[in-house]
Design a protein around this ligand. Structure first.
Ligand code: MG
Length: 399
């Protein structure tokens, strides 16, 4: 292996406010870490990636992988678990790489920097080859003041002598692994980046040109700005509709949106007859103009007998993601005399939001009766309608 990229994503991200750790927050419908991993997989087509995650985040990490191109998944090494500090996490990641067959060059990148470009990765790789230790940096545009504890200016620094440093930081693998091991053995903690560890170990570290767009998502404001940036590129907004009907039959439960609901009857169908999930699946397929649920999962195919309808929904979402798109909103309506939907509404929203990988406020479930009219009124069956809104890339993707 020539090049490995270690993606540090083990932090708790408390500065981004309450909720999931920031690397798993949804940005334009996709977890932040998935944005970072996709950017790196595309920017460095020969590299292997080793994510370093928190041991409590394995489920969130696995969910993030659903947003990556399936063809790229083979280049992701099994994740390593991080430690107490960023420094520990990087060392543990490097040790994991060493066990799996060390690369010649390693780039160490923040999981919360989703905008690294192919040019930046190419410069990082070349700088690691040339110098053994190099970091991307930007000249400062603001004047730099040194202040005391009372914020009184003590000195004006010569800003041309300073660089604001980013990631990926780029190293000869053996050099940075040895430096991290040495720092660990010397209990040298609190070094804030990997360049500082290389410096401490006595290596010259060089700066290559960074990128203004290669921002680190730290606080809630950064999340909002990055989302606006990403949505700007997903400006092709489309909608699709779905409709489905299933007949009632004997039984003691039925499935709606992946939630099992006790009832004095069931729904008849080839799969689990989840009329709501079927309508939503068709709405998503409609929004991307890719057939319907029957064309992708023919009822004549025995493999779908009794299938959980989350499979169909996940497949429609895969098709959307394969086109670089995201699900923006679902509005669905159940039409039935029975069962009463109200008590289950929130559970259904939670279940569908989880399957669809969107936040719950982007998923609306409504219900109405048919006022006793027609087949629904006669309680022969129930219907569901859905509208899906998706966002697709405005221009054809370069890849
Ligand atoms: Mg159906």
């Amino acid at each position: 292996m020539e090049l490995a990229i270690l993606v540090v994503a083990a932090g708790r991200g408390s500065r981004a406010g309450p909720g999931a750790p920031k690397q798993y927050r949804l940005l334009a419908g996709k977890p932040l870490l998935a944005h970072t991993l996709s950017a790196l997989l595309k920017a460095a087509p020969e590299a292997k990636l080793l994510p370093v995650i928190h041991s409590e985040d394995l489920a969130s990490y696995r969910q993030s992988l659903a947003f990556l191109d399936k063809a790229d998944l083979g280049r992701l090494l099994p994740p390593a678990y991080g430690g107490e500090t960023r420094q520990d996490s990087v060392r543990l990641g490097l040790e994991s790489l060493a066990r799996q067959g060390p690369p010649e060059i390693v780039l160490i990148h923040d999981g919360a920097r989703p905008f690294a470009s192919p040019d930046l990765i190419a410069r990082a790789r070349a700088a690691a080859r040339q110098h053994g230790a190099a970091v991307p940096g930007l000249a400062l545009t603001d004047t730099v003041k040194q202040v005391d504890a009372a914020a009184r200016v003590m000195a004006t620094a010569p800003r041309e002598a300073f660089r604001a440093v980013q990631t990926p930081q780029a190293f000869a693998f053996d050099l940075i692994l040895a430096a991290h091991r040495k720092a660990e053995a010397a209990a040298q903690n609190g070094l804030t980046d990997d360049a500082a560890i290389a410096e401490w170990a006595g290596h010259d570290v060089y700066v290559f040109e960074g990128e203004r767009d290669n921002v680190k998502i730290t606080g809630a404001e950064d999340l909002a700005r990055a989302e606006a940036e990403l949505l700007y590129g997903l400006a092709d907004v489309r909608t699709g509709q779905g409709f489905d009907v299933h007949a009632f039959g004997p039984g003691d439960h039925l499935w709606l949106g992946g939630v099992k609901i006790a009832c004095d009857r069931g729904l008849v169908g080839h799969s689990d007859a989840d009329v709501l999930s079927h309508a939503i699946t068709d709405a998503i397929l409609g929004a991307i103009g890719d057939g319907d649920i029957g064309s992708h999962f023919p009822p004549s195919d025995p493999q779908w007998r009794g299938a959980a309808s989350a499979i169909f929904l996940a497949a429609a979402l895969d098709k959307l993601r394969a086109r670089g798109g995201v699900l923006a909103h679902i509005d669905a309506m159940l039409i039935c005399e029975k069962p009463k939907i109200g008590p289950y509404r929130e559970a259904i929203r939670e279940s569908l939001a989880k399957t669809a990988g969107i936040s719950i406020e982007r998923l609306s479930i409504k219900a109405t009766t048919a006022e006793g009219l027609g087949f629904i009124g006669r309680e022969e069956g129930m219907a569901a309608m859905a509208i899906a809104t998706v966002r697709l890339p405005l221009a054809p993707r370069a890849d």
